[in-house]
Design a protein around this ligand. Structure first.
Ligand code: ADP
Ligand code: UDP
Length: 239
């Protein structure tokens, strides 16, 4: 493959920019240090976050490919930039939970830390203007966000991602509490895992101490945000 360069910016999101390339089936995602929470209400910067999220997400996507989950990953171009297959994002945030935390604990009035017998899955409609409302698969079908077959594929991949990553992180002394995935369609309609898997999109608790190694430190003003990103990065890369 020849050297890929960024052409026009297609999109700037809260955490990443997306650029066109000379190949219209590919784009470059560029990870920023910008951090937001509560649908953009809280804003800040986490120094070095872009590098951690880019490199960590790429390592995890390559692991998942090996385990049979197709992803958008093509090639890491630099510490912040990655070449990916351009997809049409399915506008669903797919959330898997192994342990109660965050909005689950709040919504159902239970403490954080309850270990579920089976992981749960839920969908939100990816729509900032509506604050990403929770919906079920019937709603997603009614709104034509995805087909029945696509939803089935997405569910299977999401649970597979959980099995692979839960075990992977446990070996690193980290509990995978919950996470969010996004999927996209390739031009031929194939569903692949897209976006990112990082401390921005997962909850990681140290298996020994229970310490939070993810974006909750930023959301909840706990301090030690940068250090937590560096710690999880060190566990994953050994660096
Ligand atoms: P947000 O849009 O929520 O602010 P980001 O700042 O992470 O999020 O922006 C990245 C955007 O790129 C997201 O909207 C995401 O859905 C989209 N995206 C992720 N992977 C791909 C891909 N392979 N092809 C096209 N778009 C993608
Ligand atoms: N999450 C995410 N993006 C979102 C909402 C949630 O990446 O827009 C991730 C979040 O990091 C956590 C999981 O999905 O790992 C479950 O989040 P939850 O529903 O508990 O929401 P939150 O507490 O973040 O509001």
């Amino acid at each position: 493959m020849e050297v890929m360069e960024k052409k026009e910016q297609l999109y700037e999101g809260k955490a990443k920019k997306v650029f066109a390339t000379e190949d219209e089936t590919l784009c470059i995602v560029s990870y920023k240090d910008d951090a937001t929470a509560f649908n953009g209400l809280k804003k800040g910067t986490i120094a070095g976050k872009g590098v951690v999220n880019n490199r960590m997400s790429n390592m995890l996507m390559q692991l998942l490919e090996k385990k049979g989950v197709p992803t958008h990953f093509v090639k890491e171009l630099s510490e912040r930039d990655t070449l990916v297959r351009k997809v049409k994002i399915v506008p669903l945030e797919v959330i898997i939970r192994n342990v109660s935390a965050g909005s689950f604990a709040k919504r159902y009035g239970v403490p954080e830390g309850i270990v579920f017998e089976k992981p749960t899955i839920e969908f939100s409609y990816k729509c900032d203007a509506l604050d990403d409302p929770l919906l079920n698969s019937y709603h997603a079908l009614a709104l034509k966000l995805a087909t029945e077959e696509e939803i089935e594929t997405i569910k299977q991949y999401a649970f597979k991602v959980n099995e692979v990553l839960k075990e992977y992180f446990l070996h690193l002394g980290v509990r995978l509490i919950d996470f969010k995935l996004e999927f996209g369609r390739l031009p031929d309609g194939t569903i692949v895992l897209a976006d990112e898997i990082s401390p921005d999109t997962c909850r990681f608790w140290d298996a020994q101490t229970g310490e939070k190694l993810d974006k909750d430190r930023f959301r909840r003003d706990m301090g030690g945000v940068e250090a937590a990103y560096q710690e999880i990065f060190k566990r994953v890369t050994g660096e």
